[in-house]
Design a protein around this ligand. Structure first.
Ligand SMILES: [Zn+2]
Length: 410
């Protein structure tokens, strides 16, 4: 059999040692010693070859604004949204495209091959964020598949003109509908309206939800109720959920089972939640990141993503999901091998499931979306924040990072 590409001596996520043969953008064969009859042959030397990484929750449109808008310094309340809002009138389509490209390229260089990016609309920014990011879908499809989730960051029911912009975005490129009820004067009304839009357009939902420092008034319970009512299990995700980090285990488990039963997924955003969380305190600061490992074991589809990169919400970031996973594992204090394997799923297989993507994973017939990591397995990769060396999108190499070499004396 002739291939376009052969990866020799690969170790898959489950530990299987194999060669990977690629033809016409798809994985054509797996097995020991597929030979070298291909246009391109790469010896992985026993390194991990994972399905491409997935960012389920990122904001390309307002990324890389830290040079124009200082990061949050107030303890409490924080004003990251207001600070960002203040500079939105300066966003042009070209500016958004330029900043978003920079962020996107960081993500690609760290192994992302699939992404759901939030894009906000409101009267201050109009559709410029959408237009600026939309241009990237086609321009970067050689490296990554991008879908846009439109959201009302600055309120919906209390921000005249925003609903019309949400609808306009859904008519012209957004394929997922989002929410940020914490910034709405009527949280429940926003959640109901977002379900209404999802049903009208037949699309998935991804909400910013339940950020807060106590477990009171959990909006996820309403989201579960509506997911059940409209038979939307598997099509609804929530991001943040920092309130879940404040709950005693028995209460948390009840909410987890409810989410699992209703098919509501969770994405934790460790960088943002850690940076903005627990600001009502000035000492003994809480970690503010939900224990996604615990929820995952109770059946919730749990994910880790970058969220904001280098802006007022999250001043530090580089699109490296393995680094986020490493940081997350420290925060939630789950670092046994089986925990870290679950954590690996949170930016790979779970995330493809959150986005309802079929044909994800290293199996014959699937798109050859793969990343070679400079570590023998996922556990080692997270432990040492291993760099990615190559990624492939539909079988074509998208970047190369040379593995570090020691120059020992003779
Ligand atoms: Zn977000």
């Amino acid at each position: 059999m002739t291939f376009d590409l052969i990866l020799k001596n690969a170790h898959l996520v489950d530990g299987t040692a194999t060669d990977i043969g690629v033809a016409n953008g798809r994985i054509a064969a797996l097995g020991a010693n597929l030979g070298t009859d291909a246009r391109e042959v790469i010896d992985c030397g026993g390194r991990l070859v994972s399905p491409g990484f997935v960012e389920t929750h990122i904001h390309l449109d307002k990324s890389c604004t830290i040079d124009r808008c200082a990061c949050e310094t107030a303890r409490f309340p924080h004003h990251a949204m207001e600070r960002t809002s203040a500079i939105k009138p300066t966003f042009t389509v070209e500016d958004v495209t330029s900043r978003a490209s920079r962020t996107l390229e960081m993500c690609i260089l760290h192994g992302a091959t699939l992404m759901r990016t939030h894009v906000e609309v409101d009267p201050r920014v109009g559709l410029r964020g959408l237009e600026g990011v939309k241009a990237l879908i086609e321009a970067y499809k050689w490296a990554i598949d991008i879908e846009i989730c439109v959201m009302p960051q600055e309120g919906l029911t209390n921000n005249p003109g925003t609903d019309e912009l949400m609808v306009a975005a859904l008519e012209t490129g957004a394929t997922v509908v989002g929410a940020a009820p914490n910034y709405d004067s009527d949280r429940a009304a926003q959640i109901h309206r977002v379900f209404e839009l999802a049903l009208k357009y037949g699309i998935d939902i991804d909400m910013h939800l339940d950020s807060g420092n106590s477990a009171q008034e959990l909006d996820v319970l309403l989201v579960c109720e509506l997911a059940d009512k409209y038979n939307y299990g598997g099509r609804v995700a929530i991001g943040h959920g920092t309130k879940l980090s404040t709950m005693p285990p028995a209460e948390l488990d009840k909410v987890a089972r409810r989410m699992a039963d209703s098919g509501v997924a969770l994405t934790v955003l460790p960088a943002t939640d850690l940076y903005l969380g627990s600001r009502e305190k000035d000492h003994r600061i809480e970690r503010a990141v939900a224990d996604a490992n615990r929820l995952f074991r109770l059946g919730v589809n749990c994910n880790i993503s970058s969220n904001n990169i280098q802006n007022a919400f999250t001043p530090l970031g580089d699109g490296q999901l393995i680094r986020q996973a490493n940081m997350y594992a420290n925060i939630v204090q789950h670092a046994m091998p089986d925990d870290l394997m679950d954590t690996w799923a949170m930016f790979t297989s779970n995330s493809a499931r959150l986005m309802n993507r079929k044909g994800y994973g290293i199996a014959v017939g699937n798109d050859a979306d793969m990343v070679v990591v400079d570590a023998p397995n996922p556990v080692a990769a997270i432990r040492q924040v291993a760099p990615t060396l190559y990624a492939f999108k539909r079988g074509r190499r998208t970047f190369t990072r040379t593995a570090a070499v020691l120059h020992r004396p003779e």
